[in-house]
Design a protein around this ligand. Structure first.
Ligand code: NDP
Length: 444
């Protein structure tokens, strides 16, 4: 049996009931096959793939807190410190009822390669909880965040592990987490990114993942003789990534016509009204029905179905496995020629294979959504030098980083005989740097 297959089987056997983690490992190992086979003896001897697929540390903890009625609630807390070969662990915290250890491991594993692609010195990690901030009062969210940090603080630090936001963790949650870290440790340091602008946050961090996705998409289209202006875009999600992807796509002349939340989706043939979407989701924290009520051109659909929209480009920006094989077929039949992932692993393996087999352009999230973590790393730099850069400075660095990521993904794909396969390009380019650093640092 080949080394790649052996390691995949080992991962499945040793991590039962973690299908998302298995899926992420399978996708990465499959596309690394060509590189691994070139160096199989050496990698096998050093157990490089076994080490790469085993987190350096997994922290599981209890998070007790008291709700507004005086009832004690208990949630599970997780932080997976996956790989620190190229820098301190870096990756977001997700608060969502679906979160399990397997979810966090899949996200942490993906984060290793994503962070490597940014060319910045950050290792891979991820964390979170099965806590659901939806429907909770600000006071309850604060109490939960304080309890979460009361355990997490001992495992993180500006030079060891620097969490950020993800699904369910935005500016409000980061503020509460930061306050508690400072209170316990007495340190005013850049231990979290995505902070508010009054206490060490970076301009353009809020916009970074969505803007970065569109900068990457633009670079990918241009390299393939196409242009973003004038294209109709179907976007899923109505959170941090989706909102700013829609905003930047509009700025560059495209027309995003959809967005989704966990209960339904909007089709707005006039183009999404970003100011209204921000008002509904960022200010009122309401459902998308509120968008449809305020916008005569918009139609609200209950449940799933966004990928039945006629579009040129699809940007899944909500959550993992939200675009399956049937969705991919519908997109293709409706004339869509490009899928650019804003979320982490939103496309199933079967859907990805279908999309690529039809010659559609496809960018994996670990490359096209890396703008968020890259700007988080820029926030760390600003915190270290105790300075703040202007919006334009951060945004122009972000654009440069995304164009650079596209170039390295494209070149790696070409070098290994897989031209146009940006999944392979991203995994190979991300892996080579981490593997080199792991080899240099000995068996640790
Ligand atoms: P948010 O919480 O801001 O928004 C998530 C959006 O997706 C919301 O509209 C939410 O609906 C919807 N959603 C979440 N879970 C589900 C689900 N299980 N089924 C259907 N809809 C769902 O998160 P982000 O925008 O920050 O993150 C979106 C994706 O992008 C995630 O995959 C995340 O890992 C990835 N990502 C985020 C980065 C960042 O900087 N924020 C960086 C890189 C990747 P509702 O409005 O109803 O809650």
């Amino acid at each position: 049996m080949s080394y790649v297959d052996e390691v995949y089987e080992r991962v499945v056997a040793q991590n039962p009931a973690q299908p998302e983690f298995h899926q992420a490992v399978k996708e990465v190992l499959e596309s690394l096959r060509v590189v691994i086979e070139e160096n199989e003896e050496e990698y096998r001897k050093e157990a490089l793939l076994e080490r790469l697929t085993t987190p350096e540390r997994q922290i599981l903890f209890r998070v007790p807190w008291v709700d507004d009625k005086g009832q004690v609630q208990v949630n599970n807390g997780f932080r997976v410190q996956f790989n620190s070969a190229i820098g301190p662990y870096k990756g977001g915290l997700r608060f969502h009822p679906s979160v399990t250890l397997g979810t966090i491991k899949f996200l942490g594993f993906e984060q290793i390669f994503k962070n490597s692609l940014t060319s910045l010195p950050i290792g891979g990690g991820k964390g979170g909880s099965d806590f659901d901030p939806k429907g909770k009062s600000d006071k309850e969210v604060m109490k939960f965040c304080q309890s979460f940090m009361t355990e997490l603080y001992r495992h993180v630090g500006a030079d060891t592990d620097v969490p950020a936001g993800d699904i369910g963790v935005g500016g409000r949650e980061i503020g509460f987490l930061y306050g508690q870290y400072k209170r316990i440790t007495g340190l005013y340091e850049g231990v979290l990114t995505g902070k508010g602008l009054t206490y060490g946050g970076s301009l353009a961090r809020t916009q970074a993942t969505g803007y970065g996705l569109i900068y990457f998409l633009d670079a990918m289209l241009r390299a393939n003789g196409k242009a973003l202006a004038g294209q109709t875009v179907a976007v899923s999600g109505a959170g941090n990534v989706a909102i700013y992807a829609i905003e930047k796509a509009q700025q560059l002349g495209a027309k995003p016509v959809t967005c989704t939340d966990s209960t339904g989706w909007i089709y707005d043939p006039e183009g999404i009204d970003v100011a209204l979407l921000k008002e509904v989701k960022e200010v009122k924290r309401a459902r998308l029905t509120a968008y449809a009520e305020a916008r005569p051109s918009a139609v609200y659909h209950e449940g799933k179905g966004v990928w039945s929209t006629k579009c040129n480009i699809a940007c899944p920006c909500a959550t993992q496995n939200e675009l399956n094989l049937d969705d991919a077929k519908m997109l293709y039949e409706n004339g869509c020629y490009c899928v650019a992932e804003g979320a982490n692993m939103p496309t199933t393996l079967e859907a990805t294979q279908f999309i690529q087999s039809k010659g559609m352009l496809f960018s994996p999230g670990k490359a096209s959504n890396a703008g968020g973590v890259a700007t988080s790393a820029l926030e760390m730099s600003q915190n270290s030098e105790r300075l703040s850069w202007s919006f334009e400075e951060v945004d122009s660095k972000l654009k440069g980083i995304m164009e650079n990521i596209f170039r390295s993904v494209d070149e790696a794909a070409k070098k290994y005989g897989k031209e146009g396969d940006y999944v392979a390009g991203a995994n190979i380019a991300g892996f080579l740097k981490v593997a080199e650093a792991m080899k240099a640092q000995g068996i640790v």
